[in-house]
Design a protein around this ligand. Sequence first.
Ligand code: UDX
Length: 451
Amino acid sequence: MEPHIALLPSAGMGHLMPFLRLAAMLASRNCKVTLLTAQPTVSAAESNHLNSFFSVHPHIQRLDFHVVPLQTSNPHGDPFFLQFEAIIRSVHLLPPLLSSLSPPISALFLDIAAATCVDQLADHPSLSISYYILSTTSARFFSLLTHLPHLTLESSCENLKLHGLPSFSISNIPPPLFNPQNLFTTQLISNARAISRVKGVVSNTFHWFEAETIEALNSGKTSITLPQFLPIGPFKPYEDPGKCASLSWLDEQPAKSVVYVSFGSRTAMSKDQIKEIGEGLLKSKQKFLWVLKSVIVDKVEETELQELVGRSLLEKIEEKKQGIVVKEWVKQEEILTHHAIGGFFSHCGWNSAMEAAQRGVPMLAWTLNGDQRFNAEVVEKAGLGLWPKHWGWLGERLVKSEEIEEKIEELMQDHKFRSMAQKVGEEAKRAWEIGGTSEKVVGQIIEMLKL
Ligand code: UDX
């Protein structure tokens, strides 16, 4: 009989999208799939995406999970962080919901950001199921997370060496992790504690891309016992109806002539920094498609855009016809697949890095927060792009337009990046051929789910 699997994503497009891809993949491999959708969603982008996903995947069951919203008096007022917490605190509502499903579910996939839910669910008498984690980050950052409960981080050291794992540079560790009282840190620690209770950790990465780390995680030689690490990336895009508006502009541009500029599903950047980026793009003389977001995801109103970028810069961009500024949600995967795209200036969120890897698009990485420096290390080491480390974390200092101009030119004109990125794209495809590393692991997961 086909196994019935439930999935519970966390908040934010960077977490929701890999879950939708995993749900589509499991459904295509003869699993019955129920996706629990935490309500209310944090953004309209999430709600729109869910609606369009279910419209093209009617065989995937949707089950709304009404979480108890937290009071925004939480000192860490980030809405995504609050939603992670809301999901974790509402987990007691899950057992009756999950046990009402028919046929009974045999496994639940949780986001690494809400892994601590396993602690509350695993001992529940009405649920006799297996648990899996979907890690929405690089294997490299995941490997750091696994050791967090046993670590005292000292910023005075240069490197961190954990038994059985490749070493980490201290300067790449997100600053909040040095403060064990920080709410973000305590949440990561409680999630990390739950990892040992799950049957497997599924990850959107592929063996060739992170071979050393993946082998270390599965070697049994780490100082803590870990479940099997199951790399099955790059995730295939799921069918998504409708065409992205910016594609008609791209259609008119020569092959590999455009740099795509986007810093993920939400980006809080100072107005001054936004202006430097705009000036830098213009000075580079490269064509560009620049997606601008305000703090919370979806779109920027015209007046807000003028306020952010400045009317004169917007006019200059329009006059020079060198690029376009998009103020709405775009279909990033379609853009990255377009023949006109020759480079990607990105914050190095893990989904963005994998989407670029899959298509062999070279990246210019400028890390914003969280796992992104670890991701950028992977990108740099694999030859997928360049990472000017001296720019620091995005927002740490004002990176001037001349610096941006220089790196954009390097990205778009130095052909070594293009050929190295192409090699990454070929390896990513190979992982999914019959007998490829990710294809084999998927087969293994399906067998595990049938047990
Ligand atoms: C977050 C974290 O910031 C990131 O570091 C972590 O690795 C995953 O969770 P986010 O910042 O949103 O993610 O970036 P990213 O991982 O790149 O995910 C964004 C997703 O939204 C990508 O799949 C991207 O294709 C999609 N996207 C983003 C769009 O389709 N359109 C947009 O306009 C913006």
